[in-house]
Design a protein around this ligand. Structure first.
Ligand SMILES: [Zn+2]
Length: 405
């Protein structure tokens, strides 16, 4: 439902835009910090000057783009909608484009916590047709192609940085009625990509899905980068907003019950134990990260426990836990009440405050004459979330019926 854009172009060295911190530059342009991904998994950042006004696509071009549902798990109002757009695919290469989209989604969907929450996503493919096959500066700098989204390697003079016309990418993505995240794939096998306001990746490179996953860590989970270079030595700012970086030591976190204090000492899926590891958010010292080397620090790794918790909470913030339910008006005993849940949420039924059952349906029977309050408490009890306030706010909903007998 939120409109953020993630473009993924997959090839062999990837680039993604980091936090979407764009600042106005001289000459009417703007500067965006973009992330660059190396084949060895390391990630870097660089300022990239983007034009203040990009050429836009014509209404006719956009109207001609067919929308293909890839995986629809429910109504867009209660799902996170991922939208793929493609560049450098000609009208005879839409089959190849579809393979690239499917393989990228398969990679994301096999990765936790997406894997356990797959049904909270809808995935769409917008068939953007280009006049020529391939993208600019691929395989070598200087190659020029006429394509619908103007995707190009060697952006900002950096080989693996794969840029896109973000205006056009968003125009085509808007062919889908509810866009939460746009991923742009380039018809290329060269390792590369970019992230940020719009992330990109090479469609034909098997490692490019990792770029999309890292960028979704930023755009969905609001996670910080955990790498410790590119900024400086001692982190000079106040406590950062992101849940996976902190100025506090483990002892301070425990004492003040802040950040990932609930996870300290737990074995993390990315390896090792959750603690406070020095360095993160582009600085070497004076700031800590939860684990030694999660995917927010290097590609090819897993999210750490605090990162997973932030992602899962964010999934539910977008989708809620209830897709539909029987009407809320007063009911008669003997009528079946029901709740259709979202994701991994389950239902507990209560009558007048007493738990009477679980499951998607409940039929009140044998009640004493009068009006009774029936409640359905819908929640995901996953132990991957330890912040009970977040669970109560985003992952729990209580429905109430007044049943008369
Ligand atoms: Zn990043």
């Amino acid at each position: 439902m939120r409109l953020t854009t993630l473009l993924v172009a997959v090839s062999f060295a990837l680039v993604a835009v980091a936090s979407p911190s764009a600042t106005a530059g001289p000459a009417g342009g703007r500067v965006e910090w973009m992330e660059v991904f190396s084949p060895d998994g390391t990630i870097g950042r660089m300022p990239v000057r983007l034009p203040a006004v990009e050429p836009s696509a014509s209404a006719m071009e956009v109207a001609a783009a067919e929308v293909v549902p890839i995986e629809i798990n429910g109504s867009s109002a209660t799902r996170f909608d991922l939208v793929f757009v493609g560049d450098g695919y000609t009208s005879t290469q839409l089959g190849l484009y579809h393979q690239h989209v499917q393989s990228k989604w398969n990679e994301i969907a096999a990765f936790e916590p997406f894997k356990s929450h797959r049904t909270q996503f809808n995935v769409w493919q917008v068939n953007v047709v280009s006049a020529q096959s391939g993208v600019d500066n691929d395989p070598t700098n200087g190659v020029s192609k006429s394509t619908a989204l103007d995707m190009r390697f060697w952006c900002n003079n950096t080989e693996r940085l794969l840029c896109v016309n973000q205006t056009k990418a968003r125009q085509f993505a808007a062919s889908v009625s509810d866009v939460d995240q746009v991923i742009a794939l380039a018809n290329s096998t060269k390792y590369g990509g970019a992230g940020g306001g719009v992330a990109t990746a090479s469609g034909g490179n098997a490692q490019a899905g990792q770029i999309a996953i890292h960028e979704l860590g930023h755009s969905i989970g609001g996670l910080a980068d955990e790498y410790d270079y590119g900024g400086g030595d001692c982190y000079p700012y106040g406590e950062p907003r992101e849940l996976n970086v902190s100025r506090s030591t483990a002892a301070q976190m425990r004492a003040n019950q802040t950040k990932w204090y609930r996870w300290l000492g737990q074995t993390s899926p990315d390896g090792g134990v959750v603690d406070t590891y020095q360095g993160g958010r582009y600085y070497k010292r004076c700031i800590y990260r939860p684990t030694s080397n999660s995917i927010m620090r290097s590609l090819g790794r897993q999210f750490n426990l605090p990162g997973r918790e932030a992602m899962i909470t964010a999934f539910y913030r977008e989708t809620g836990v209830v897709e539909a339910s029987s009407g809320q008006s007063i009911k008669s005993a003997g009528e079946t009440l029901w709740v259709k849940t979202v994701g991994n949420a389950s239902v507990t039924w209560q009558v007048d405050g007493v738990t009477v059952g679980t499951g998607p349906e409940f039929t009140p029977r044998g009640l004493a004459p009068g009006t009774h309050m029936v409640k359905a408490i819908v929640t995901d009890p996953t132990d991957a979330v330890r912040d009970e306030q977040a669970r109560a706010q985003w992952m729990t909903r209580t429905l109430v019926w007044h049943v008369t007998t």
